[in-house]
Design a protein around this ligand. Structure first.
Ligand SMILES: Cc1cc2nc3c(=O)[nH]c(=O)nc-3n(C[C@H](O)[C@H](O)[C@H](O)COP(=O)(O)OP(=O)(O)OC[C@H]3O[C@@H](n4cnc5c(N)ncnc54)[C@H](O)[C@@H]3O)c2cc1C
Length: 515
């Protein structure tokens, strides 16, 4: 017989094969020796009470000669070098997964990416962390793998209806990610592992006859009879039949290029705020009820509260992580978070953002559909003016922020370029600061100590979602007017995060094949 058995075990026993086997045997009412094979297929933590449990679903083969079916993780490589071409702008998760799916569907992907390959990109990222300035084409957001490469690599998504989540995870595993991402309820790859996974994806695309051109910033489009006929990259150009536009939501210059080329865009609701950071021990102690066990991973949290008709919520929580400088130009201050696969930094951080609707950008109405983008730009430049030099970021203790008081000193932080104490309650737009203050007070009631002086706010987390949508037809997925243009991923406003961007990339590839 083969059966999936759901069990709950103490954290110390979750990796003890004998204990697990014993628990499964008891659950099935069989003897230990009846079990031939077991495979954990789902794992989650239940930390609602002091008695923390690990929930496991275990696929079990028992009795007679029962054996578990082999797990087949396959990407069938074949040569597409002579097949119809599809140009993809942007090598982030949306662009890369579109390319992989196009190969499966017998098309030749040609990726144009403004940034550098992973190893060259690392040098520009090192400069950012040394507070030596930002290369506008190569940074935490731009380059091979897009914002996904040096991201945290959390692969959890709430949007399960848009496509094949499992296939995205499988493709990551096929390209070198740890198998546990197929099992964990909150899968996580880690910033230390992602670069290699991404360069393995590049190898697959090239081996199959696809092309990847780095240092190719798309600066314009030639449009004839509502079709893109040429992509312009400075002095270079590419004749095209079909284009997937997967440039991410940090590609501000590209939104202006599209707008100036008369390609329709739409304003969209989004969210902006700050990053908060606490000692990981404090978060562990709150979330695990003071229960200190080495068998438990660094704890995380998800917080949501409604303030004056807007959501205030935590986002992209990185247990055991660090805050990173994720601006894409020198006159901006933008932060984000990441963690390594072991999640072993002494800090926990998360984005703490406020929902913003189009009416919140009323002051910017002269900018039309670009109003939210302009609001975002101004917020980042305000943070820059209130920060120090280059990548130094403004910060405030959470307890001071909620009381509207400047911080006399700041605690240790993971943010390498450095922090400067700044009255963020004072200079941030009220639509954000007032709601954040209320939200943080509410979160302190839910997680006692959250708004204490041990926690800090670092500014600003302005790129959690795109303030622009590039409208497309719901069925064909091509742009509402330009029928050979497929706006895709986070920058097009149809995804948020690695998995949903990857799924959107695969969906666009399939839409092209259907056409
Ligand atoms: C530090 C950090 C941590 C994150 N952690 C997580 C996480 O744990 N989990 C999660 O789900 N998400 C995370 N994210 C968000 C996630 O990375 C993005 O949602 C995702 O990468 C979006 O994918 P995309 O392909 O749509 O766009 P992007 O990844 O932004 O890729 C777009 C690519 O297009 C290129 N491009 C832009 N303009 C042009 C042009 N004109 N010409 C040519 N190329 C161009 C860019 O250089 C870039 O490489 C994180 C982001 C950051 C910055």
């Amino acid at each position: 017989m083969i059966q999936t058995v759901t069990i709950q075990v103490r954290p110390n026993n979750a990796k003890n094969d004998f204990r697990l086997k014993k628990t499964v045997a008891e659950r099935l009412n069989i003897s230990l020796s009846d079990i031939n094979e077991m495979r954990i297929v789902k794992r989650s933590i239940d930390a609602r009470s002091r008695d923390i449990k690990i929930n496991l679903s275990v696929l079990t083969a028992y009795g007679d000669d029962a054996r578990l079916p082999q797990e087949k993780l396959l990407f069938e490589k074949h040569n597409v070098s002579l097949q119809p071409e599809v140009h993809i702008i942007g090598a982030g998760p949306a662009g890369l997964f579109a390319a992989l799916r196009l190969i499966e569907l017998n098309f030749k992907p040609i990726i144009l990416e403004q940034g550098k390959d992973v190893s060259e990109r690392k040098k520009d990222i090192a400069k950012l962390n040394l507070n030596q300035g930002c290369n506008p084409l190569s940074n935490y957001c731009f380059g091979e793998g897009g914002a996904g490469t040096f991201s945290d690599g959390k692969l959890f998504t709430r949007s399960k209806k848009k496509g094949d989540n499992r296939r995205v995870l499988e493709l990551f595993v096929i390209h070198g990610a740890q198998h546990s991402i197929l099992v964990d309820a909150h899968p996580h790859i880690g910033s230390d592992k992602l670069p290699e996974v991404i360069s393995n994806m590049r190898k697959t695309i090239l081996e199959c006859g696809g092309e990847i051109h780095f240092n190719k910033e798309v600066t314009g489009f030639e449009i004839n009879s509502d079709k893109i006929t040429k992509i312009i990259c400075g002095s270079d150009s590419f004749k095209v039949n079909t284009v997937i536009l997967a440039t991410g939501h940090s590609a501000r210059p590209l939104y202006y290029t599209l707008h100036n080329a008369g390609i329709e865009l739409e304003a969209k609701a989004c969210a902006m705020g700050v990053r908060v950071e606490h000692p990981q021990e404090l978060i562990n102690s709150i979330q695990y009820h003071g229960n200190k066990s080495d068998a438990l991973p660094a704890a995380n949290y998800t917080l949501v509260h409604q303030v004056n008709d807007r959501g205030v919520y935590s986002f992209c929580m990185c247990p055991g992580g660090i805050i990173v400088p994720s601006m894409t130009a020198d006159n901006q201050t933008v932060v984000n978070g990441m963690s390594n696969s072991r999640r072993n930094s002494p800090f926990a951080n998360s984005g703490m953002v406020v929902e913003l609707r189009i009416e919140d950008f009323a002051e910017y109405k002269d900018y039309g559909v670009l109003a939210g983008l302009k609001f975002q730009e101004d917020l980042e430049s305000l943070a820059f003016k209130n920060g120090g030099q280059k990548q130094i970021a403004p910060a405030q203790r959470i307890s001071d922020f909620v009381r509207g008081k400047i911080s006399g000193s700041l605690p240790d932080s993971s943010y390498i370029p450095g922090l400067i104490s700044s009255p963020m309650h004072f200079w941030m737009p009220e639509s954000i600061s007032k709601r954040l203050q209320e939200g943080l007070k509410a979160f302190d009631r839910q997680m006692h100590g959250f708004a204490s002086s041990e926690g800090i706010l670092v500014g600003v987390e302005s790129r959690s979602s795109s303030p622009i949508r590039i409208p497309r037809d719901g069925e064909t997925l091509h742009h509402i007017r330009i029928e050979n243009l497929y706006p895709c991923g986070e920058g097009a406003g149809y995804a948020g995060g690695i998995v949903s961007s990857a799924i959107d990339g695969m969906n666009c590839a399939e839409a092209i094949a259907r056409k």
